[in-house]
Design a protein around this ligand. Structure first.
Ligand code: UN1
Length: 496
């Protein structure tokens, strides 16, 4: 069995705690992937001290050269795509097609970042005074604490770290304890591409130890966190007190709306992918299906038929549609929500149990589950489950559908299937989400557009696209007066 290490101060080192945790395959828990450091605050302190040295060097490296290293990272990820997809599926369970997509999202993010190293636009604007220039440019900030979840073990770390690095920052990376192997290989790839060693630090461990120490460290001015809304609130409290720059990406309760005038077979493919892809463990997952009454019964019948034929299994086996949940606690959480659904009077249409099939007994599998007759405002309809459970709500018209969509505390993505231009554009304007899809599922955001949600999904920042580069840099404004005289702004410009 392999025992893995942290990467701190340019070396692979054991944790100061001398403690380790096991990482097992969620599709078959007999398969032990390795032991990983259960690090503590002292490991974080050493990593931050080294990252400060890395920052001093890296922040002075021209941004196009920083981008060039990211281009090489993209090349290596392309070459190692299949290997990475396999180890990610083994580690967190989603089928190979999905982990290949996860690596591709990282590759796309790398090539976007590489080019951004030649842009990082500031502004040059006219001064109100004669013989004076006014402009702005973007400066690096310092050491960034990067805390990532299990469901996109590669893509989400790349969303955060590639822009942070191109902007000239150093990173201390704490991957989710469910996917430390991907985190390890990711750091190997960064080093192979030529990233100076002290610019990246990898500290394995648990949120309450490593995550908390990173968030509270005074020399880490930037924190980027993806995870639950509950943990995000704690992170936010500490960062607020310490005046840190913080990007939060948290829960969702995303809905797909299907109107009477929709292409039903298209909508069917959309909801199957949106609700049960990644076993429902995406913050963009379709957790609610809002059906207009004219197509409600027919569409539900079509959907239940298809869900019965979804194949559960090891994501590395061809033909598997749905992999396991990440661990036993998430399976228990899903079971609790099945009980809540029953007690709230919703009707269980399909699923609702642990499967009994051969080959599934050693994994955290749960049947794809659909409840119909779900009441807007009920717990099943309001709370994030992060599993393969879909709640169906019946509505009369677009007004009611939009109100149900907007009636939750989260606001990440939404989807409307309709043949009407009128309904489509109304949805774009009226749905309270960071992302709205027309005739496409709630999942599938592309790396070169801003990603994030409104209300309690986030705190106003976006990942991806051009906006994230503003998060990872400070604006510096520069005035150059070459008039040779004192020119008083707001006073000498205007008469009287
Ligand atoms: C997430 O679930 O945290 O849009 C990210 C999507 C993916 C990213 C999901 N590209 O579903």
């Amino acid at each position: 069995m392999t025992t893995f290490k942290n990467f701190i101060a340019g070396q692979w080192v054991e944790p100061t705690t001398a403690a380790y945790f096991e990482n097992r395959n969620p599709a078959d828990t007999r398969d032990l992937i390795g032991r990983f450091p259960r690090s503590g605050a002292e490991d974080v302190a050493r990593a931050v001290a080294s990252a400060q040295r890395g920052f001093a060097q890296w922040s002075r490296t021209p941004a196009p050269l920083r981008g060039d290293i990211l281009r090489r990272v993209g090349d290596i990820l392309t070459t190692r795509k299949e290997e990475l997809a396999n180890l990610m599926t083994r580690e967190m369970g989603k089928p190979l097609a999905e982990t290949r997509g996860d690596v591709q999202e990282g590759i796309d993010t790398a090539y976007y970042a590489a080019v951004e190293g030649r842009r990082l636009f500031g502004h040059t604007v006219p001064s109100e005074l004669r013989n004076k220039w006014a402009m702005s440019y973007r400066r690096p900030i310092g050491v960034c604490g990067i805390i990532t979840p299990f469901n996109f073990p590669l893509a989400i770390p790349t969303w955060k770290m590639f822009p942070a690095l191109v902007c000239g920052n150093a990173c201390v990376f704490k991957p989710a304890e469910d996917v430390p192997h991907t985190g390890h290989v990711f750091v190997e790839v960064l080093l192979e591409a030529g990233l100076p060693p002290e610019v990246i630090q990898l500290v394995h461990g648990f949120g309450e130890d490593v995550g908390a120490a990173l968030v509270a460290h005074p020399q880490v001015p930037v924190i980027s966190f993806t995870g639950s809304t509950e943990t995000g609130s704690k992170v936010g409290e500490t960062c607020g007190r310490m005046h840190k720059r913080l990007s939060l990406e948290m829960g969702g309760k995303n809905a797909q709306i299907v109107m009477d005038d929709a292409d039903l077979s298209l909508a069917l493919e959309g909801v199957l992918w949106g609700a049960f892809g990644t076993t429902g463990q995406r913050c963009t997952a379709t957790s609610r299906l809002i059906l207009q009454e004219g197509i409600h019964d027919r569409f539900l019948g079509m959907l239940v038929d298809r869900v019965r034929s979804l194949r559960l299994g090891d994501g590395r086996v061809a033909g598997t549609d749905v992999g396991p949940l990440i661990h036993e606690e998430s399976r228990k959480k899903v079971e609790r929500y099945v009980e809540i659904g029953r007690s709230e009077g919703a009707r269980l249409e399909v699923g609702g149990s642990r499967p009994s099939g051969a080959g599934l007994e050693h994994g955290y599998f749960f049947e794809p589950t659909i409840f119909s007759g779900v009441r807007a405002g009920s717990r099943l309809e309001q709370e994030e489950i992060f599993g393969p459970v879909l709640s169906v709500v019946r509505v009369r018209d677009a007004d009611e559908a939009f109100a149900v969509n907007n009636g939750v505390k989260y606001g990440l993505s939404s989807s409307v299937y309709t043949g009407s231009v009128h309904t489509s554009f109304r949805a774009l304007a009226e749905l309270d989400n960071g992302i709205t899809y027309i005739n496409a599922p709630t999942i599938g955001a592309e790396a070169h557009l801003p990603f994030g949600g409104v209300k309690q999904t986030g705190n106003g920042h976006r990942e991806g696209g051009w906006e994230v580069y503003e998060f990872y840099s400070e604006t510096k404004v520069c005035y150059v007066d070459y008039s040779g005289a004192l020119q008083r702004a707001q006073i000498d410009t205007y008469a009287g």
